[in-house]
Write a protein that binds this ligand. Structure first.
Ligand SMILES: C[S@@+](CC[C@H](N)C(=O)[O-])C[C@H]1O[C@@H](n2cnc3c(N)ncnc32)[C@H](O)[C@@H]1O
Length: 202
């Protein structure tokens, strides 16, 4: 579900990936409109990459997991702080009994990198990890009818090749979560881009 050859291989280098994300995707609006942090909020970040979100969550109790050893090593070096930890583990291998009672689960830019089967595992993992009323926020590139040609083209060139439209994400998430809402946003990145913000309530 990923293309990692050619120019896209640069993004496998943790430093290059972090830099690209910092320039292109400031997380302020995502934090303000969807994550809504508060002191002591228990955050599970599934597919955390190099932990870019952490600087926006200074008072969170944070666990980031990722299947990339290089990204996790970089995350550990970049964010050496108490109440934040990182684990090198894939979605299929998470110890479900140990990952519990979270207020919020994040999956930012992960679903379009994985198969539908893995995506269902991710939704199940999040549901298991959340307290009743807890929220999963998944953020994904999305195809919509009214998007600019440039946004559509940039999304089509992503490393992740399982990009869906709103209906596709809804069909997947609703197999696990009864309550969900999907917002379409064109204004969260500094480049022409369309994101689906998929909010699922446990
Ligand atoms: C586009 S990056 C997003 C990283 C981070 N969430 C962010 O916002 O910067 C997608 C991440 O998903 C991770 N990933 C892909 N498949 C995974 C899996 N099966 N289990 C855990 N992480 C996975 C990748 O290693 C990568 O770090």
């Amino acid at each position: 579900m990923q293309i990692t050859s050619g120019i896209r291989s640069i993004l496998s280098i943790p430093f290059a990936y972090s830099l690209y994300q910092k320039i292109v995707f400031p997380r302020d609006k995502l934090i303000r409109d969807y994550i809504k942090p508060y002191p002591g909020q228990k955050v599970l970040d599934i597919g955390c990459g190099t932990g870019n979100i952490l600087k926006y969550l200074p008072e969170a109790d944070y666990l980031g997991i990722d299947s990339s050893y290089e990204y996790i090593q970089t995350a550990k070096k970049q964010h050496n702080r108490t109440r934040a930890s990182f684990q090198h583990v894939g979605i299929h291998n998470i110890a479900l009994d140990e990952v519990k009672h979270f207020d919020i689960a994040l999956a930012i830019g992960v679903l379009h990198h994985i198969s539908d089967e893995e995506a269902l595992s991710l939704f199940k993992t999040a549901q298991n990890a959340l307290k009743p009323g807890g929220r999963l926020i998944a953020v994904e590139p999305c195809y919509v009818d009214d998007q600019s040609f440039l946004a559509k083209w940039i999304i089509s060139k992503d490393r992740g090749q399982n990009v869906k439209d709103k209906n596709g994400y809804n069909q997947l998430a609703s197999q696990i979560f009864n309550k969900l809402n999907i917002d379409i946003r064109h204004d969260l990145l500094r480049i022409p881009y369309t994101l689906a913000i998929i909010e699922c309530i446990a």
